[in-house]
Design a protein around this ligand. Structure first.
Ligand SMILES: [Zn+2]
Length: 266
């Protein structure tokens, strides 16, 4: 079984000629089927425009699929208390499985007090918060807000909230592994380590870094499979994880067990 906990459905340049959300969802389905991916979580964006559908648009559009869930993006700049109120209702209705903060894409630290209502919501409904860390796909992102060490602050102050550190904090994977090791409420997804496909040398380097992370932080009950599709391709990601030298028990945790428990996917 495979759960991809991190995909997007925005109209990126990488996805040419798919202006409609429905067509992009169809593309996602084809990609999932051809890679034997059983379930995927779609992360709604930090802004809404013709290329970036709202959480509600995504919720409505995926009704016909039973293998997709939604993690709702929340920003200080582009979202309101009204949005959060709606999110709470949709969480209750089982339509949202987590919230996502885009530190770096918007220029605030994850421990900014204005995000506290997001963490409080996650606590209230017992859902995880995903936080962007590491390199930003957009050159307008500011990296100092996206360093994984900032999640330590959030994790310590919100010990009952489960936090997903996205992208292993790449390239600050050493910082990420300490934050994961130290805080039992911090998880990490391996998504978005590459744009497109891994080339041989980059893949080898990343494989070693993931091995080091597991060596350091121990049994990977915190590690989640995710691709960042369509930014990274699904087949290249499956090839990558196939090459990780980890025991089957650990592989199962990574590929689906951790995500299934954390996001309560049935
Ligand atoms: Zn992403």
């Amino acid at each position: 079984m495979i759960i991809d906990c991190h995909v997007h459905i925005n109209q990126y340049e990488l996805l040419q000629n798919t202006p409609s959300l429905e067509d992009r969802l169809e593309k996602l389905q084809l990609e999932m089927i051809s890679n034997n991916v059983d379930y995927a979580l779609i992360l709604s964006s930090y802004k809404v425009n013709s290329e970036r559908p709202s959480t509600k648009q995504i919720i409505d559009a995926i009704q016909k699929y039973d293998n997709l869930g939604v993690v709702a993006g929340f920003t200080i700049d582009n979202h309101t208390d009204e949005d959060l109120k709606n999110y709470k209702q949709w969480i209750k209705d089982g339509l949202i499985k987590g919230l996502k903060i885009y530190a770096g894409y918007e220029h605030y630290y994850p421990y900014d007090k204005r995000y506290q209502k997001v963490y409080d919501t996650c606590l209230e409904f017992d859902i995880p918060v995903m936080i962007h860390t590491g390199d930003t796909f957009s050159p307008k992102g500011k990296l100092r807000y996206a360093r994984p060490l900032h999640l330590d602050e959030v994790a310590v102050d919100n010990p009952e909230v489960n936090i997903v550190l996205c992208h292993l904090g790449n390239p600050w994977i050493q910082d990420a592994q300490e934050v994961i090791y130290k805080n039992k409420n911090v998880y990490a997804d391996i998504s978005g380590l590459v744009v497109g496909n891994f080339d041989h040398y980059f893949e080898k380097m990343m494989k070693e870094k993931v091995a080091e992370l597991i060596n350091y932080a121990g049994e990977p009950r915190y590690l989640l499979y995710g691709t960042d599709w369509p930014i990274s391709t699904m087949d290249s990601y499956l090839n990558f994880v196939a090459k990780l030298k980890i025991k089957q028990e650990y592989r199962d945790l990574l590929m689906y067990k951790n995500a299934k428990d954390l996001f309560k996917i049935s």
